[in-house]
Design a protein around this ligand. Sequence first.
Ligand code: ADP
Length: 266
Amino acid sequence: TFRIHIASLGGSGWRRAVLLTFEDLSEQRVTERMRVDFVANASHELRTPLASLLGFVETLQGPARNDASARERFLAIMREQGLRMARLVDDLLSLSRIELRAHLAPDTPVDLAGISREIVDSLTLMARERKVTLKLTIPPEPVQVPGDRDELMRLMENLVENAIKYGKEGGEVAIDVVSGASEVSVCIRDDGPGIAPEHLPRLTERFYRVDTAASREAGGTGLGLAIVKHIVLRHRGRLTIESTRGEGATFRATMPRFGVPARGAS
Ligand code: ADP
């Protein structure tokens, strides 16, 4: 699709100079479409817990006004719905902050090995609840990338949390930090049911879930991998996802080492 702009550059009669510009609208269209879809999805995701919250408020004000046991149960559900909305708003804010800074390459040296250790420590309790063993392998020396510490913590946290949530109950999650000559990578592997190939290309889209009910049950917002992808891209890296049905999934984020000049830089 093209839009044609016509501008008169002056002159008159057959000497009139006219400038014709052809503008390709297809890419702009796609971006606009994605924005509209995103707003619709976000609104729907917020609307659902909000409707439930309001429904319980009305029940508590009306039919269940004097029912003490119902009150306790309903308040617990309302708290859960409120927390779900809060998680969603937090994730939406994180995503837009990361996107706003997309053009600014982070440059502080951050040790991925240290971050991985911290994340494993902080998720030990969550892993224990699903009887999952976390197995961390890191090189003896620090593994530095030019980065943003908070974002890299978030990246590791989202990937390890997903491996615990969607991996096998009683299984193992392996976290490997690998240091190469010009690049470093973190690799998170679980031994759960894995992901069918048709889902893989869409997994990092906002609100894309393989199993919506399972994601909600696990407290997911559907934004975790979109956040991970944007963090990796801002760090001039790449994210690869591999999975064989029944044999778990592997998420690998690869980024340039600290001190290695950006490709194309002199
Ligand atoms: P959510 O908040 O739903 O966890 P994510 O963006 O983090 O959102 O993940 C998107 C979807 O990808 C999840 O809902 C789940 O279906 C799938 N997924 C993510 N990690 C794994 C994994 N390690 N194994 C199997 N499925 C996964």
